[in-house]
Design a protein around this ligand. Structure first.
Ligand code: AMP
Ligand code: MG
Length: 372
């Protein structure tokens, strides 16, 4: 919710990068070897606190503090030692093998910006700086609903005409890493009254209502009309394949996002639209999606019109990256995600794409964005 500044410097004290002998570089003659007398030990958590006269050195180990006035560490592999005599066989310069105070970060410097999503790396850094809490945004509440009289929960046998509701499970998995609070409100039956009741209830308790299905032009598609009646429909239908029947608006204080019902369309629009929207609502700064160019293996048929995203398999092929389409791309076919690791973007105005042509590819890892 706010920029985070380091309360301490890291490292907080000059630290050796290697095990060896801490010394004063001014004591070393121009050319090695240099002779020193060892007068003590500085080990991790146990600093050497005595004075170090000219020509003397201190045995030192990683994790320890470099004693004041000493400005270099000779690594032990470069030294011959007998009793307290240390002969350093390599040239020594000030700063050698020492991590200065603040080398990683200086006290007061920014270590996270407002809008950053906190992940394992941020937690490591915050903790290394001794922070025990930081201000964060409240997670938006997201109500998740499926629509359709044909849908049942897995665990029961299918009766004629029924299918299992896979969209809610897919969305839960697709959104589980986001900084949101997901509330599963189940399935809305295909009738106007039940749709109205469910949407009102969701609007009263959430920041965003996310539905799947029921936003096409069929007689059983009641969601769009219900949103228009009780709120505002700001957008309906996108020039996108899959994902054309998509609706966006609001009911009361809650945003409304109606994703298409076909399982592939649900997943693709969740990746491209729902995730960035939810991250925005959660206060995250916009993230750049990784887009790379790959050589297409095979052809893609495309009539100019809609921007299209097909599922592909991206592989390293010597110096190049190659991408192939994962078979039939129909919007009901979850099989198109098998062995897919990316989306292939086909621009709206593109005609058929030829074998070997360069296409734009969005690796799933990049699309999944800043929560890593
Ligand atoms: P609709 O937009 O409601 O007409 O749904 C389009 C297609 O997606 C239909 O074949 C539905 O049976 C299917 N579908 C809708 N919702 C789900 C869901 N939650 N899980 C699986 N398939 C669904
Ligand atoms: Mg339906």
């Amino acid at each position: 919710a706010e920029d985070v500044r380091a309360p301490v410097s890291l490292p907080p004290f000059p630290a050796p990068a290697m095990d060896g002998y801490a010394l004063r570089s001014a004591d070393a003659s121009e050319q090695p070897p240099h002779a020193y007398t060892c007068i003590g030990v500085s080990s991790a958590g146990h600093p050497f606190t005595g004075d170090v006269p000219p020509g003397h050195c201190v045995r030192i180990f990683t994790g320890a503090t470099v004693p004041a006035d000493l400005d270099a560490v000779a690594i032990q592999e470069d030294c011959d030692v007998s009793d307290h005599s240390v002969r350093v066989n390599e040239l020594i310069r000030a700063g050698d093998n020492i991590r200065e105070v603040g080398q990683d970060v200086h006290a007061g410097a920014c270590i996270a910006q407002q809008g950053d999503v906190i992940g394992p790396f941020e937690i490591a850094w915050f903790t290394a700086c001794g922070l025990t809490s930081i201000p964060v945004q409240i997670r938006p509440k997201v109500a998740l609903l499926s629509t359709g009289d044909e849908l049942i929960e897995p665990g029961r046998p299918l009766a004629m005409g029924q299918i299992y509701d896979s969209n809610r499970a897919a969305l839960k998995a697709l959104l589980q890493d986001l900084p949101i609070e997901l509330v599963d409100l189940g399935v809305i039956p295909d009738n106007p009254k039940a749709t109205a009741t469910a949407l009102d209830q969701a609007a009263a308790t959430s920041d965003l209502i996310m539905t799947t299905g029921g936003v096409s032009v069929g007689d059983a598609d009641h969601v769009k009309a219900a949103v228009e009646e009780r709120g505002e429909l700001l957008l309906w239908r996108l020039n996108l394949k899959p994902g054309k029947p998509l609706a966006f608006g609001r009911i009361g204080r809650a945003h409304f996002l109606g994703l298409p019902g076909n399982p592939v369309s649900t997943i693709v629009t969740a990746l491209l639209l729902a995730r960035p929207l939810l991250l925005h609502l959660a206060g995250a700064a916009p993230a750049t999606v990784l887009r790379i160019k790959a050589a297409l293996g095979g052809t893609i048929r495309h009539r100019p019109g809609r921007e299209e995203y097909q599922r592909g398999t991206l592989i390293a092929d010597g110096e190049r990256v190659r991408v192939t389409v994962t078979g039939d791309q129909s919007s009901n076919r979850l099989a198109s995600f098998r062995s897919a690791n990316c989306l292939i973007r086909i621009p709206a105005d593109a005609a058929d794409l030829q074998d070997g042509s360069l296409v734009e590819v969005l690796p799933f890892r990049g699309v999944l964005g800043p929560t890593r």
